[in-house]
Design a protein around this ligand. Sequence first.
Ligand SMILES: *[C@@H]1O[C@H](CO)[C@@H](O)[C@H](O)[C@H]1NC(C)=O
Ligand SMILES: *[C@@H]1O[C@H](CO)[C@@H](O)[C@H](O)[C@H]1NC(C)=O
Ligand SMILES: *[C@@H]1O[C@H](CO)[C@@H](O)[C@H](O)[C@H]1NC(C)=O
Ligand SMILES: *[C@@H]1O[C@H](CO)[C@@H](O)[C@H](O)[C@H]1NC(C)=O
Ligand SMILES: *[C@@H]1O[C@H](CO)[C@@H](O)[C@H](O)[C@H]1NC(C)=O
Ligand SMILES: *[C@@H]1O[C@H](CO)[C@@H](O)[C@H](O)[C@H]1NC(C)=O
Ligand SMILES: *[C@@H]1O[C@H](CO)[C@@H](O)[C@H](O)[C@H]1NC(C)=O
Ligand SMILES: *[C@@H]1O[C@H](CO)[C@@H](O)[C@H](O)[C@H]1NC(C)=O
Ligand SMILES: *[C@@H]1O[C@H](CO)[C@@H](O)[C@H](O)[C@H]1NC(C)=O
Length: 504
Amino acid sequence: MGGSRHPRALWWALLVLLAEGRADAAAGGRGRSNIILILADDQDVALGGMTPMKKTQLLIGQAGASFANAFAVTPLCCPSRSSILTGSYPHNHLVRNNSLEGNCSSPAWQKFQEPYTFPVYLQKQGYQTFFAGKYLNQYGDPKAGGVQHVPMGWTYWLGLVGNSKYYNYTLSANGREEKHGALYEEDYLTDLITNRSLAFLQKFSRTPFLIVLSPPAAHSPWTAAPHYKSAYRTITAPRDGSFNVHGKDKHWLLRQAKTPMSNTSIQFLDNVFKARWQTLLSVDDMVEKVLDELKALDLLGSTYVFYTSDHGYHTGQFSLPIDKRQLYEFDIRVPLLVRGPGIKPNQTYLEPVLNIDLGPTFLDIAGLNMSQSPMDGQSFLPLLVNKEQRDGWRSDFLVEYTGEGCTGKDPQCPTLGPGVSQCFPDCVCEDAFNNTYACVRTLRPHDFQYCEFADTQNFVEFYNLTSDPHQLLNVAKSVDPSLLEQMNQRLIKFQACAGVSCHF
Ligand SMILES: *[C@@H]1O[C@H](CO)[C@@H](O)[C@H](O)[C@H]1NC(C)=O
Ligand SMILES: *[C@@H]1O[C@H](CO)[C@@H](O)[C@H](O)[C@H]1NC(C)=O
Ligand SMILES: *[C@@H]1O[C@H](CO)[C@@H](O)[C@H](O)[C@H]1NC(C)=O
Ligand SMILES: *[C@@H]1O[C@H](CO)[C@@H](O)[C@H](O)[C@H]1NC(C)=O
Ligand SMILES: *[C@@H]1O[C@H](CO)[C@@H](O)[C@H](O)[C@H]1NC(C)=O
Ligand SMILES: *[C@@H]1O[C@H](CO)[C@@H](O)[C@H](O)[C@H]1NC(C)=O
Ligand SMILES: *[C@@H]1O[C@H](CO)[C@@H](O)[C@H](O)[C@H]1NC(C)=O
Ligand SMILES: *[C@@H]1O[C@H](CO)[C@@H](O)[C@H](O)[C@H]1NC(C)=O
Ligand SMILES: *[C@@H]1O[C@H](CO)[C@@H](O)[C@H](O)[C@H]1NC(C)=O
């Protein structure tokens, strides 16, 4: 990493050496497995989001386990990332949206939630912890401690200020501001995260370690590396079962979408789809380089590597051009691949696992007793290393979301009233204050989704995914009322659950 051409890298090395001295003071934990989490941004699995990730599928999926039913409990960056960090549903970590007022990286989050995030537990267990990339959307805001705030639990911290970017961004390198321009060789964020993680592994790592790598891909502004800008020249977004279909029996926000979409919307979303895949190619390279380095250091056999995303994404489903924030499969399903000690190659699991299960799984790997943490999720390590545990696994879970809106009118869309947001392109809105909902998603013995909205209609949606995998038909009005009643009771219990009471 040295060389006089990279003075910033030297600074980083110095800071890491200083931090190393502090970390050595922490005792215990030796002999436990290392953990690496690679967390993509906005990467769907339902619309082929893993297709560009050939090396990742081979090196993690085929070398280990793939979860065919992995879900985010909330489909928006900051609440979902807060769920990953705390292992808890949003009604317990209280991060409602992507803004400071909604507790995204807010002073209240730092005081009341950050002390219970998984790196804190692992560091206490003697793990050396390393973070690089996007943390929470408001990280680094002057009203929340600026770049000087290094979240608890991290020995080495390289946090991106604000939301995903590929160039022209600011990092906090262990609390010190590090500004970057737009030169591919020095600044492309996905590659920079890869390079810093390799340097950490080569020069500073001491086992056991936890590494979290959080690249900006496939989030907007979708800037690919120069050598990937010509990839997927002819690809378009999939015209799947719900593409350009009007959500006529769905809640208000879906009904305001325009069907058929305008040609400009379709062109726009096709370009976004292509650019998303191009940005993911650099994440695929990251996975290969990190695994090559583990192999070179003889650490492959003692390291668990997890690959996932914060939530899904849509491009044209139900005539919503681009975004996440919806309760449907494309937005809540995520990729989840794991390799590591005791995991047999090429296993596919059908059990529903959640983003809130990652924290408990990491604690389990570190040998911690879960009942001493307030996390709502459950460790899926027993599923991976001991098949007998499979029978008692959960069959349903909660999805909850608080809609974002604007209090004023959108100047670009004078015909729209207040209360909506993300009305782009063509003034079709992707969110609204009343896109606030809670759902029970159950996979066994029936494949159902039941959702209640906090809007003026107390709108209800119900899908039978066995007969209707694309969720085209809301059967809330025709299904047996006693079934709705059962689902409503289940939802009420979930919305009040905390810790072990979420495991019923
Ligand atoms: C933000 O978090 C604090 C403390 O955790 C809580 O008191 C507050 O109600 C939360 N805000 C919202 C909007 O949920
Ligand atoms: C980065 O910032 C420079 C200077 O403001 C600007 O000219 C350039 O277009 C920006 N590049 C990107 C990719 O944002
Ligand atoms: C990452 O390292 C590679 C190989 O040394 C180098 O070619 C590339 O320019 C580096 N990129 C960044 C953003 O540091
Ligand atoms: C939109 O695209 C369709 C199919 O490509 C084409 O038939 C139609 O003429 C286009 N409409 C406009 C207004 O450009
Ligand atoms: C995993 O399964 C695929 C498809 O069945 C096969 O092509 C591949 O060789 C297998 N890989 C390993 C590592 O067993
Ligand atoms: C975990 O802690 C609880 C409560 O302190 C205790 O009852 C339980 O036996 C512990 N479990 C293990 C596996 O140590
Ligand atoms: C985020 O949540 C806070 C607290 O509920 C709310 O005041 C704010 O309006 C929300 N922001 C958006 C963009 O919806
Ligand atoms: C949802 O909010 C929008 C924007 O404020 C409003 O126009 C609409 O009537 C609301 N719909 C329901 C069902 O609450
Ligand atoms: C769901 O669909 C399956 C397959 O068509 C059907 O057998 C089952 O009765 C349906 N369940 C409900 C509650 O409609």
